[in-house]
Ligand binder design. Structure first.
Ligand code: MN
Length: 129
């Protein structure tokens, strides 16, 4: 069985390390991109089962990347969790309007993020739907 793959698009190394640690005890396979442009490229190449998309990203914002991927057949249905900033009012609305499935505002509890991931992409048996 192929591990379910999560693509995390995040420019901040500390945040990437937090999610790496969070997913160690799980069966998810994590792949990463560090800006919106390479995030879209990786989404097209790797067909992840779920995408964690930071909103504030270099080159192409997470909002723009989400909107673009939603318009492409291969990623039209892929769950996308937007990682928004609590301090930036309006991020959540923009992310949801761009097609995000859900959002998590920074700073978030790692346990809450893992719970949301598991709700949208159950771990373990069976093909991803
Ligand atoms: Mn960022």
């Amino acid at each position: 069985m192929t591990a379910k793959t999560i693509l995390y698009v995040e420019d901040n190394e500390v945040n990437r390390r937090l999610v790496q640690d969070l997913l160690i005890p799980t069966t998810y396979r994590l792949i990463e991109a560090t800006d919106g442009e390479s995030g879209m490229v990786m989404a097209r190449q790797e067909h992840p089962d779920l995408i964690l998309m930071d909103v504030q990203l270099p080159k192409v914002s997470g909002i723009e990347a989400t909107r673009t991927l939603r318009g492409e057949p291969a990623t039209a249905q892929t769950p996308i969790i937007a990682i928004t900033s609590f301090a930036l009012a309006g991020d959540e609305e923009k992310a949801m309007a761009a097609g995000a499935t859900a959002y998590m505002a920074k700073p978030y509890s790692p346990r809450d993020l893992l719970g949301l991931i598991r709700r949208l992409l159950p771990e373990g048996g069976g093909p991803a739907t």
